[in-house]
Design a protein around this ligand. Structure first.
Ligand code: GDP
Length: 456
């Protein structure tokens, strides 16, 4: 898939964050590395040996530092790579980078080093994405997941699925090639059994990827309810700080407030919304409209009620029109607040279709139950085994593969149609191949690597 012309140019970029630091690194990749090393460091160091000395400009010394050379293909990008490690000041780094450009390199685009690593088969696409996820990780758990993806945990599971799909397709195609035996082949139950096994494995990978994506991106939790239910108090109790203004004047939170917290390393975006009510106040009405917009795109909605004044525990009985507007009823948790006044016991109740948490945002009793519940909803497990980072793009590909297999299953059981089943198996394989980049369009690559930082 690699285009040889592409690699004729040499790219260079600052690999460390811009600004001042002990060390700053200029990374160079491509055929001019040896020429640049000779001009800047006086000689090209032998591969993987640190060479300390002056960095020469055109007519003066720019800095003193360490030059490292990695001869392709034994390098990150698979090409010759040169690292110039100097003192981390913006002027020095600019001068070194400019020197590399004058010697024939061009400035690298964002993510171009990783893109070359991918095009030269040093990494697959999911692994390259894991590098960006690792750098951007906002919690320990997200970083641990990204490392596991980088080491190939996700890719290996996808590849194992692809291998099983190919095997199954070959079996089905062999049956088609011998039409007189096709019916027997397809009807003997082996195909259905193997298809079911692949579907089960795919469902497991999808669940793990869903959690990985949630842990990477964080879960949006919207606190909704009538004015004065205690929404701002709950936001403060969850974030353990005074973010929202708490008053007993209805309509205090007129806009949407967002806070980012971590529960055992899992990112959570908690959104406090304006109290939902009909109001003549134009500003408040905009707040209510925004609240609805947040509810519609939430991963989890906490419907908060004042337990001291609300008898019912069935959300439909409390607020049918609210439940009717939820995109997915399964995303709802009922929170009975103010149990210090209603004298209910704190806790989590999972017996009904909608989970119920009883707590007091004011005293903090029961807030731990809500946190545990949210962690469970996100699929948190204390052991990190089997977890990896994933993106929406991967989930989308896994979903398409699942749909193709469901289709295939119908073709097989409903019509005994081997050819159509084979076609569906091929579609599923193609969708999974997009995850590792086996099948990928150029514009997808541009989109993925374009979101990386420069020097990566
Ligand atoms: P919001 O309008 O839904 O954001 O509600 P607030 O958080 O502003 O709270 C409204 C009123 O209820 C305030 O006077 C809070 O002190 C009070 N409140 C909130 N939570 C509790 C609670 O758990 N127990 C009691 N007794 N009062 C609470």
């Amino acid at each position: 898939m690699s285009d040889p012309l592409y690699h004729q140019d040499t790219i260079a970029a600052l690999a460390t964050p811009p600004g001042r630091g002990g060390v700053g690194i200029i990374r160079v990749s491509g055929p001019l590395c040896t020429v640049i090393a000779e001009a800047v460091a006086g000689r090209c160091p032998s591969p993987r040996h640190a060479h300390y000395g002056p960095f020469y400009g055109e007519d003066s010394v720019i800095d003193e530092g360490i030059a490292l050379f990695f001869a392709g293909p034994h390098s990150f990008t698979g090409e010759d790579v040169l690292e110039l490690q100097g003192h981390g000041g913006p002027v020095i780094m600019d001068m070194l980078l400019e020197r590399c450009v004058r010697l024939g390199a061009r400035l690298a685009r964002p993510g171009e080093f990783s893109e070359r690593a991918f095009l030269n088969d040093k990494l697959d696409l999911a692994q390259a994405e894991a590098i960006a996820d690792l750098i951007e990780a906002s919690s320990r758990a997200a970083a641990e997941n990204a490392v596991r993806s980088l080491q190939g945990e996700f890719s290996r599971r996808v590849e194992a699925l692809v291998a099983r799909l190919i095997e199954l397709r070959m079996y089905v195609e062999a049956a088609i090639d011998f039409p007189e035996e096709e019916i027997d082949f397809l009807a003997d139950g082996k195909v259905a059994e193997r298809l079911a096994a692949v579907q089960a494995e795919l469902a497991e990978v999808r669940a793990a990827a869903g959690q990985g994506a949630l842990m990477r991106e964080g879960m949006n939790v919207v606190i909704a309810g009538r004015p004065n239910a205690g929404k701002s108090s709950l936001l403060n109790a969850l974030t353990e700080q005074e973010t929202a203004i708490v008053t007993d004047i209805e309509g205090t939170t007129r806009d949407v407030l967002r806070e980012h917290i971590h529960l055992d390393g899992m990112p959570l975006h908690v959104i406090d919304t304006a109290g939902l009510r009909d109001t003549p106040d134009a500003v408040e009405r905009i707040g209510v409209a925004r609240a609805w917009a947040e509810i519609e795109k939430a991963d989890r909605v906490l419907l908060l009620v004042d337990a001291a004044t609300t008898e019912a525990v069935d959300p439909m009985a409390i607020w049918p029109e609210f439940v009717a507007r939820l995109p997915e009823p399964g995303r709802l948790t009922l929170v009975r607040n103010k149990i210090d006044s209603s004298h209910e016991a704190p806790g989590l109740d999972l017996t009904a279709a909608t989970p119920i948490v009883r707590l007091s945002a004011l005293t903090g009793t029961g807030v731990a139950h809500l946190k545990e519940h949210l962690k469970a909803v996100m699929g948190y497990s204390a052991t990190p085994e089997g977890r990896f980072s994933a993106r929406r793009r991967h989930l989308d590909a896994l979903d398409r593969a699942q749909r193709a297999l469901t289709n295939g299953e119908e073709q097989l059981s409903g019509h005994g149609a081997g050819e159509l089943l084979a076609e569906d198996l091929r579609d599923a394989q193609q969708a999974l191949g997009e995850i590792t980049g086996e099948f990928s369009a150029d514009d997808l690559l541009g989109e993925i690597f374009g979101s990386f930082c420069i020097g990566k």
